[in-house]
Design a protein around this ligand. Structure first.
Ligand SMILES: Nc1ncnc2c1ncn2[C@@H]1O[C@H](COP(=O)(O)OP(=O)(O)OP(=O)(O)O)[C@@H](O)[C@H]1O
Ligand SMILES: [Mg+2]
Length: 297
């Protein structure tokens, strides 16, 4: 395992930031850490990096203690609000980081090219857009071929195309065997671009798995939208008691997953009274809020 965490606990004065968190991340796996503001995502990342101590539990980064020389050589970090020197060019900034890590500064252009920033490498970072600055941050994390990338909200503020490019770079790194742990508030992107989802709520890991796993475990109801044929609205409403009438005569029904097929055949039996039918599975947002309810129930 590239990263192993067991029973991790961290308290800040009165705040229990993490309680009994256990997880592991294998080489080449991409995991998304989700959770409301204050759930403990950044705290967990800082502990993995060895930037802050933990109270109890064990954390192993490539078999080494967080913050040890062995761990630091293998892990790269992109903090939540990475700031760079505005007067430096992208190339100068990356050359600087390379020199700090004892690497050849001439590697800078190759790293910037990898994140799609070669064209702007000789411009000052002060003139970069937010997405371009995020790419400088990503280029910096590529230094030294890390085995574990810890990225705190790396795509926040990126447009959809930049986001896709960003995940393309991560896919390449994962294919080379790097493990990636990233936090995000954008549910739709992590659905498609990560291997597993970890949901933190109030410092506890409340769910872990692939999206289909979580979907099945949440067992949230399915929504059916039924459109009556012209002049059939009242017939249909009478045949489907409990349906909610929406604008345009549309009827909305919810039912447990297990009852879906029976419900569909009942609606199909209404024949010509039905003009159309849509089945809407629970959304990622529904699943997320199911597991991360703020009230902790
Ligand atoms: N240095 C600190 N001193 C005291 N409390 C802290 C400190 N750092 C974090 N906390 C508290 O720990 C909890 C978890 O914070 P953390 O920054 O890990 O949340 P997060 O999941 O990253 O949230 P966000 O989505 O807003 O970035 C919060 O209640 C926060 O106020
Ligand atoms: Mg945070």
């Amino acid at each position: 395992m590239t990263l192993t965490i067991s029973n991790l606990t961290k308290q800040f004065q009165a705040v229990q930031a993490l309680s009994g968190v256990s997880l592991s991340l294998a080489p080449g796996r991409r995991a998304a850490l989700l959770g409301h503001n204050g759930a403990g995502k950044s705290t967990m990342m800082k502990i993995i990096l060895g930037l802050i101590p933990h109270d109890a539990g064990t954390v192993l980064v490539c078999g080494a203690a967080p913050g040890s020389a062995g761990a630091r050589a293998q892990v790269a970090y992109l903090p939540e609000n990475a700031a760079f020197h505005p007067a430096l060019t992208g190339e100068e900034q990356i050359r600087h980081y390379l020199a700090l890590r004892g690497e050849d500064p001439r590697l800078a252009m190759g790293l910037l090219d990898r994140v799609g920033l070669a064209h702007a490498a000789r411009r000052r970072i002060g003139t970069y857009s937010k997405g371009m600055r995020q790419r400088v941050g990503l280029a910096q994390t590529l230094i030294g071929r890390p085995r574990l990338l810890v990225l705190d909200e790396p795509t926040s503020g990126l447009d959809p195309v930049s986001r896709r490019d960003f995940y393309d770079v991560l896919d390449g790194l994962a294919a080379e065997g790097a493990a990636i742990l990233l936090s995000s508030h954008v549910l739709t992107e992590v659905e498609a671009r990560t291997d597993s989802i970890l949901i933190l709520s109030g410092g506890r890991l409340v769910a872990e798995g692939t999206l289909p796993d979580l979907r099945a475990r949440a067992a949230l109801p399915v929504t059916l939208l039924v459109r009556p044929a012209s002049g059939q609205a009242s017939t249909l409403a009478a045949a489907l008691p409990g349906a909610q009438a929406l604008a345009g005569g549309l009827l909305r029904l919810t039912c447990p997953q297990g009852d879906k097929l029976a419900r569909l055949s009942q609606i199909a039996s209404l024949g010509a009274a039905v003009a159309d039918l849509d089945v809407i599975p629970p959304s990622l947002e529904d699943i997320y809020s199911h597991f991360s309810r703020r009230d902790g129930q």
